[in-house]
Design a protein around this ligand. Structure first.
Ligand SMILES: Cc1cc2nc3c(=O)[nH]c(=O)nc-3n(C[C@H](O)[C@H](O)[C@H](O)COP(=O)(O)O)c2cc1C
Length: 201
């Protein structure tokens, strides 16, 4: 099968999001100018450089009330955010935080997620995340959009890194034991349970 997306897909549900997988989930926390915390999952997310460490995520679309999704609005006004990671244990809470809450509603409360004070930014961190990446906004990039949807890439510099000591063994990160979850397509997810090594040539 071959198709050109601009001519439409031969499937009932466009499979594009099921073809690039697994996609890591950045569970993005931010805070509004008025001090309302926000938390939402973004799977158009990744780390993109390491000197200095940088991450990106993409906000596609708007909310019923606002031009931008709350995470993007908050980050544009406060210039900071935290990347947290959902695990097998917090997967249902992660899903709850994807609901279209009002901007004055704090997803941490609705999904019963414990906050932790971040060290370098005002946005709170997710306490039960094995890792928290505290970020400063570097730039936003407007992406091409065929529809009225606004697509924006948010690029941040990671200025503070928390790793729960439980996941540090022999001076290395024990990634598998963190049980990160990642997004496949449709409503499917995967959990990282195994790994193998390949020495780089
Ligand atoms: C696993 C998962 C991944 C998601 N990834 C994205 C994404 O990459 N970009 C996006 O715009 N929305 C994504 N969403 C939807 C947002 O989480 C949802 O629109 C949320 O309400 C946005 O919250 P906010 O307005 O507080 O930022 C995803 C939802 C789920 C469940």
């Amino acid at each position: 099968m071959f198709y050109e997306p601009k001519k439409g897909s031969p499937f009932k549900i466009d499979p594009f999001k099921s073809l690039v997988f697994p996609r890591p989930i950045g569970w993005i926390s931010s805070i509004s100018k008025n001090g309302i915390a926000n938390l939402a999952p973004y799977s158009y997310f990744n780390s993109i450089a390491d000197e200095p460490p940088q991450v990106m995520f993409c906000s596609n679309g708007s909310t019923a009330q606002n031009k931008y999704k709350d995470s993007l609005s908050n980050i544009l006004s406060t210039k900071e955010f935290v990347v947290n990671f959902a695990t097998s244990t917090t997967r249902k809470q992660m899903n709850t935080t994807s609901k279209n809450f009002k901007s004055y509603e704090d997803e941490f409360n609705f999904a019963r997620i414990k906050k932790k004070k971040s060290k370098l930014v005002k946005a709170p961190s997710v306490k039960d995340s094995p890792v928290n990446l505290e970020c400063k906004l570097l730039k936003t990039i407007k992406l091409k959009s065929n529809s009225k949807k606004i697509s924006t890439m948010i690029v941040g510099e990671v200025i503070g890194i928390f790793i729960n000591n439980k996941f540090i063994k022999n001076n290395r990160v024990d990634s598998v034991s963190m049980r990160y979850i990642a997004r496949m397509g449709y409503s499917e997810y995967t959990t990282v349970y195994s790994k193998f090594s390949l020495k780089r040539k």
